[in-house]
Design a binder for this molecule. Structure first.
Ligand code: GLN
Length: 478
């Protein structure tokens, strides 16, 4: 499969060198031959081929087609697609079918995208390695002994292994960017409120954002543009104007990049990643931009604050899975309380239960002030400190993760170690600002490195231009 961007697909499709049906058939073959990666939970073979044939007909007849004609997309299995199962990789949603489309799905379909299947993830998007999927783990296609990252591990692995051209993920604390970094693809988390969350199974509602995973920054920009914008079905969606992709073709004017001092000197940073960061700094300077260190004094508070607030929100959001309304139910329970207890105990996996308990604890009487209220206050400080940085620089530059993809089993026994994996990604979610991970070379074991940029709220257009600059100066080989 040679296509790395929609532009390349269009060149062949509109010159009649390739039919969309053939394209879909090629992706289906690729999915088949990479079955062991276990990126897909379900493949919509019939629907995808059917839509492709109809599209080919319209193309042949010279009728207008949408901007995503020829875009073959996989969708993380926590985004609702009408008439299809949606499980969030949990047993508790066994047997549940979506009765409506998420707004993002509506918008993609309207532009003639083809949805090729549902992608594996950590259960309810809780995790950094895909090891929490109740339906089996996804392998990293770059090195199958390693995790693809999480929670959108299936989404990143599917794009990296060319099983679809692009995918959707969701990012509550890094779940788009970290797997993108581990699999060597681009992952964008938009500003909170930029894209409607209607139809996304809620994890932490004040953090969650849907975003694209692609090979190129250009495709991420296109998908953002199509999915973004006000949606009356999600009151938190913003009515800010959506940036035009055409902005991407103009070069980034001389800009100021800030690298947090505590990140630059962080002892947990893998030496090859530090080297990649130094390379990025050098190259940006040579290209006429300024790079300075900035101070962000809250690095050590990011992960604790995120895990207090996100578990509190998760405990509340996941209370709807009660064995009555959706999916799995224990059939031996005799009383209503028993139905709740047994269905939830059996339906949820270990990590999800841990988070529900943690969240319930931080919200409980006597502890609420000490944990939840305090964490809300710290979140405000984090947001303010982040915005303060943007008074002196246009972008924050830092690696997406402290290390590259780790082997299966290495962290799954130690939740705190796993949570610390999110140290560089959660800031954007706590502050609400947009962030992108771009492949930026490889470590000495040939594993991809992800470089991250953040910008102020709703500056995705400039963020994508800067990302495209990083993309063009990245090392292509180890
Ligand atoms: N790894 C983080 C967590 O487990 C982020 C997950 C996400 O962004 N959905 O919560």
């Amino acid at each position: 499969m040679k296509y790395r961007s929609l532009r390349q697909v269009h060149e062949d499709v509109f010159a009649s060198r390739l039919s969309v049906e053939q394209l879909v058939a090629d992706y289906l073959l690729q999915i088949q031959s990479h079955k062991h990666i276990h990126a897909f939970l379900e493949v919509f073979e019939h629907d995808a081929l059917e839509r492709a044939r109809l599209l080919d007909l319209r193309i042949r007849e010279g009728k207008p087609v949408g901007r995503l004609a020829g875009m073959i997309i996989g969708v993380k299995d926590n985004i609702s697609i009408k008439g299809k199962a949606v499980t969030a990789a949990s047993r508790i949603l066994q047997g549940y079918t979506s009765v409506y489309n998420a707004t993002v799905i509506e918008r993609l379909l309207k532009e003639d995208a083809i949805i090729i299947g549902r992608l594996n993830c950590d259960e309810f998007a809780m995790g950094s390695s895909n090891e929490n999927s109740a339906l089996g783990r996804t392998l990293n296609p770059i090195d199958e002994t390693r995790v693809p990252g999480g929670s959108s591990g299936g989404s990143a692995a599917a794009v990296a292994a060319n099983m679809c051209l692009a995918s959707l993920g969701s990012d509550t604390g890094g779940s788009i960017r970290q797997p993108a970094a581990f699999c060597g693809v681009v992952g964008l988390k938009p500003t909170y409120g930029r894209i409607s969350r209607y139809g996304l199974l809620a994890y932490g509602s004040s953090f969650d954002q849907i975003g694209p995973i692609t090979h190129t920054v250009e495709d991420a920009a296109l998908l953002l543009e199509i999915m973004a914008g006000r949606d009356d079905k999600d009151a938190t969606s913003s009515s800010r104007p959506v940036p035009r992709i055409s902005n991407m073709t103009t070069a980034l004017p001389p800009s100021r990049f800030g690298v947090p001092e505590d990140v630059l000197n962080n002892p947990s940073l893998q030496p090859d990643i530090k080297q990649a960061l130094d390379n990025a700094i050098d190259r940006l300077r040579k290209q006429g931009h300024t790079v300075q260190t900035v101070s962000f004094p809250y690095l050590e508070y990011l992960v604790p604050t995120y895990y207090i607030l996100s578990t509190a929100e998760a405990a509340s959001n996941l209370s709807r899975y009660d064995g009555i309304h959706y999916g799995y139910r224990n059939t031996e329970a005799k009383t209503l309380e028993d139905v709740y207890k047994k269905s939830r105990s059996e339906g949820f996996g270990k990590e999800v239960k841990r988070r529900i308990m943690l969240g319930t604890f931080v919200l409980s009487s006597g502890y609420y002030e000490a944990y939840y209220t305090k964490a809300q206050q710290v979140r405000r400080l984090i947001r303010n400190a982040t915005l303060d940085i943007f008074k002196s620089v246009d972008f924050i530059l830092q690696p997406t993760t402290p290390g590259t993809a780790f082997p299966f089993g290495q962290r799954s026994g130690d939740p705190v170690r796993m949570y610390l994996e999110d140290i560089f990604t959660v800031q954007a979610n706590l502050a609400g600002v947009p962030a992108i991970s771009v492949p930026y070379g490889f470590d000495n074991e040939n594993l991809p490195i992800g470089m991250q940029l953040m910008s102020p709220d709703f500056f995705e257009s400039a963020l994508l231009q800067a990302a495209s600059l990083l993309e063009s100066s990245a090392d292509l080989q180890a």
